[in-house]
Ligand binder design. Structure first.
Ligand SMILES: NC(=O)c1ccc[n+]([C@@H]2O[C@H](COP(=O)([O-])OP(=O)(O)OC[C@H]3O[C@@H](n4cnc5c(N)ncnc54)[C@H](OP(=O)(O)O)[C@@H]3O)[C@@H](O)[C@H]2O)c1
Length: 199
C-alpha cells in the first residue's frame, strides 16, 4: 500500500518556520543540497527546476499534500501550482474552490481523504506540511524524514501543531553533512499484532 511520508525541513529545535510563516534561515546551499535534491527530486517546486537542474519526475512519490497555509506560501510569488509534476491536494475548510486547475481541494476529513488515497494505486504520498495538517494526519503518517538545519530558532511553527499521544518511530537512515546539516529518516514502529488470551 502507498505510504504517507512527512518530508520537511526543520531547525535543531524542530521548528519548520517562524511564527509569520517565513523560513529564509534554512541552508539554501552547501554539501547537503546535491544529495537531498538527488534523493528527493519530486520535492523541488517547479519554478526551481531549471536552477537546480531537476527534471520533473515521480520516482518515490506522485502526490503531495499541503495545508492551506503551506499552499499559500507560493501565492505572493505567483506560484499557484508549485508541484505540477505531482497530484496536488490542498486541505482547507475555508477555500471555496480549487485555487488552480492543477490543484485538488479537500474540504472534508483529512484522515478519510488520505485513507482513500492510500487505497489507490500509485507511488507514495508526500506530506509537505505544515504543522496543523501534519497533526491531523499523524495517525496515517508512515515515515518522517527531517532535514535538520544546524540552527536554533527559539520560537516558531513546530513539526506538529499540538499535543498528541506518543507515537513511536524507528530511525532507519541518517546522513550528516560537513556543514552540520543532518537528514533523519524514521519509519513508524509497527504495533505488535493483537494476541488473544492464552488457551
Ligand atoms: N520547513 C518546511 O519544510 C515547511 C514545509 C511546509 C510548510 N512550512 C511552513 O509551515 C507554515 C504553515 O504551517 P501551519 O501549521 O501554520 O499551517 P498548514 O498546516 O500548512 O495549514 C493550515 C490550514 O490547513 C487547513 N487544515 C489543517 N488541518 C485541517 C483539518 N483537520 N481539516 C481541514 N483543513 C485543515 C486549514 O485551512 P483553513 O483555515 O482554510 O480551513 C488550516 O488553517 C507555512 O507558513 C510554511 O512556512 C514549512
Amino acid at each position: 500500500m502507498r505510504e504517507l511520508k512527512y518530508y520537511v525541513a526543520c531547525t535543531i529545535d524542530r521548528l519548520i518556520a517562524r511564527r509569520d510563516g517565513s523560513f529564509d534561515f534554512f541552508l539554501g546551499a552547501g554539501p547537503h543540497l546535491d544529495d537531498i535534491v538527488r534523493r528527493f527530486p519530486e520535492t523541488i517546486p517547479g519554478h526551481l527546476h531549471a536552477a537546480l537542474g531537476v527534471r520533473p519526475q515521480r520516482s518515490w512519490c506522485d502526490a503531495v499534500l499541503m495545508g492551506r497555509k503551506t499552499y499559500e506560501v507560493g501565492i505572493p510569488l505567483g506560484v499557484t501550482s508549485p508541484y505540477a509534476h505531482l497530484e496536488q491536494y490542498v486541505f482547507s475548510r475555508t477555500m471555496s474552490g480549487r485555487p488552480d486547475a492543477g490543484v485538488e481541494l479537500v474540504t472534508g476529513d483529512p484522515l478519510a481523504a488520505v485513507r482513500e488515497l492510500k487505497q489507490r494505486s500509485g507511488r507514495d504520498i508526500w506530506l509537505c506540511g505544515g504543522a496543523a495538517l501534519a497533526s491531523a494526519l499523524l495517525p496515517e503518517i508512515d515515515q518522517i524524514i527531517l532535514k535538520v538545519n544546524p540552527i536554533v530558532l527559539g520560537d516558531g511553527i513546530p513539526l506538529f501543531a499540538g499535543p498528541t499521544e506518543p507515537v513511536s518511530f524507528a530511525l532507519v537512515h541518517h546522513a550528516v553533512y560537513d556543514n552540520g546539516f543532518a537528514l533523519m529518516h524514521y519509519t513508524r514502529a509497527r504495533r505488535a499484532p493483537a494476541t488473544g488470551p492464552p488457551e
